[in-house]
Design a protein around this ligand. Sequence first.
Ligand code: FE2
Length: 247
Amino acid sequence: MIDIHCHILPGLDDGPSNMKRAVDMALCAVRSGTSRIIATPHFKNGVFKVSPEMVTASVEMFTRELKEKRIALDVLPGAEIRISPEICRQLDQGELLPLGASSYYLFELPDIFIKDGIIKLLRQLQQREVMPVIAHPERNRTIMRHPEMITELIFEKALFQITGKSITGENGKLSFRIARDMVKEGQVHFVASDGHSLRHRPPCISDTVKAVKKVGGEKAVRTIFEENPAKIVGSSARDGAMSKRVG
Ligand SMILES: [Fe+2]
């Protein structure tokens, strides 16, 4: 399985504070059936100062450590980018990291946002051939109040990633209801752990497969856990990612 959103790199954000904890998370992920993780530290969120170079260097160091310890986990660089009015400029200047080497970027909505502003941004991203993956809408305060926005944002080509623990009900009733309805409506493109540590959302998504299956059946499981993540990993901005998009 591929986990496209996980804070597993040591010492970069509020994920593991050191290499040992990061390795423990990797072991937990592998034991639960994950073979590949896209490491997505918080990016441009006003708290942690993380650059693309820092992520790349950290992934290389972590990969060496995993190889030494014979842990079969493939780690790719990525970022969870907080949406701001600066996004397009940052993108144009190469300051943002995609998921792997793809044209998909993971974006985090501000808690409070104006829908029209996000729609405008989505259209600007589309002009740049960026595939926006919106992280955990079911935990966003504005969307929790107005879940009808999800349909409108999908119309604007947004892709949605929900947190595993939302569909299992561990993030509260409202997040569960929104996640469940999204799965039913075919509005979930990815489920990810959003793991931070062994205690705070451990990096396991295998336990969420059952929950997705119960709500959306085998087809939803295949699309969410296999086909869509494989398209991110298999695509890149240079080798024809546009023809392989998740739709
Ligand atoms: Fe996250």
